[in-house]
Design a binder for this molecule. Structure first.
Ligand code: ZN
Length: 227
C-alpha cells in the first residue's frame, strides 16, 4: 500500500520550525511528504510585500525538505475563526483529495497538538479542523484506505514552563506519559536547520537558539478516539 505523509499547518514556517526533521526523515525513508499551509502569514512582519516574502521562504524551505508538494489554502493570517471553519475544511478536503488521487493508500496526517503548541488560535483551529477531517475521513476522502493522525507536541524538556513572553497564552510542554512517538531526527538535523533558516523574515535564529539537542527530537501524540 502506498504510504504518504501530509503535514497540515497554519503559517509558512510551521512546517520547518516544528516538524522539519520528521518531514525530512520520512522523505529519507522513501515516503512522499506533502505540506498544506492554511494562511498567507500576512501578520508576520511590517514589509508591505510580506506575503510574497513568506511565499518565497516557504518555497525555499520546501525544496530543502524535499517535499513532494506544498500547497497554500490562501486564508488570511489570524482569520481562522469559527465562521471560517467549514470554508477551511472544504478547501482542505479538496487539497487532500488532489494529493491522494484515486490510489487507495495509507496516510499519516501531522498537525499541531490541541494547544496549538504556542496557543496561537490559527494553530488551534488547524488542529481542530484536521481532527474533524480525520474523524470523517471515510465520507470526506473515501479513497484513503488507512490513516493515522499525529499531533506534534513539545516535551517538558523542550518547554518546561508556560512562555509568558509570548503574545497569547503559550502552554508548557507535555509530560513524558502523554507522548506516544519521539522521533530522533539527528540524522537530518542539518536539513531541518537549513529549512528553519529559509524563513529569514521570522527570526529563525531564535528557534535555532534552543540548541541541537532539543531540536534533534520531535514528539507526537497519536490521535485516539475520544471517550
Ligand atoms: Zn504558526
Amino acid at each position: 500500500m502506498n504510504k504518504i505523509v501530509i503535514g497540515i499547518f497554519a503559517h509558512p514556517d510551521d512546517e520547518s520550525f516544528g516538524t522539519g526533521g520528521s518531514l525530512a526523515l520520512y522523505k529519507k525513508q522513501g515516503i512522499p511528504t506533502y505540506v498544506i499551509t492554511a494562511t498567507d502569514g500576512v501578520l508576520g512582519g511590517e514589509d508591505k510585500n510580506i506575503v510574497q516574502v513568506r511565499k518565497e521562504e516557504l518555497n525555499k524551505a520546501s525544496k530543502i525538505l524535499q517535499l513532494s508538494g506544498h500547497y497554500e489554502l490562501g486564508f488570511a493570517d489570524g482569520s481562522l475563526s469559527n465562521n471560517m471553519y467549514q470554508k477551511v475544511l472544504s478547501k482542505l478536503v479538496a487539497q487532500v483529495k488532489e494529493i491522494v488521487g484515486s490510489e487507495p493508500g495509507e496516510v499519516t496526517f501531522i498537525t499541531f497538538d490541541r494547544t496549538g503548541i504556542t496557543g496561537h488560535l490559527d494553530h488551534i483551529a488547524m488542529s481542530m479542523i484536521t481532527t474533524y477531517l480525520y474523524q470523517h475521513l471515510d465520507k470526506l476522502v473515501p479513497s484513503i484506505a488507512k490513516a493515522q493522525l499525529h499531533y506534534f507536541c513539545l516535551s517538558k524538556e523542550q518547554r518546561p514552563k508556560s512562555d509568558k513572553t509570548y503574545f497569547v497564552y503559550c502552554p508548557c510542554g507535555c509530560d513524558e506519559d502523554e507522548i506516544d512517538i519521539s522521533l530522533d531526527v539527528s540524522s537530518v538535523l542539518d536539513i531541518k536547520k537549513r529549512a528553519i533558516l529559509a524563513h529569514a523574515s521570522q527570526n529563525p535564529k531564535a528557534i535555532l537558539a534552543s540548541g541541537d539537542k532539543l531540536l534533534a527530537t520531535e514528539h507526537f501524540i497519536i490521535y485516539k478516539d475520544d471517550k
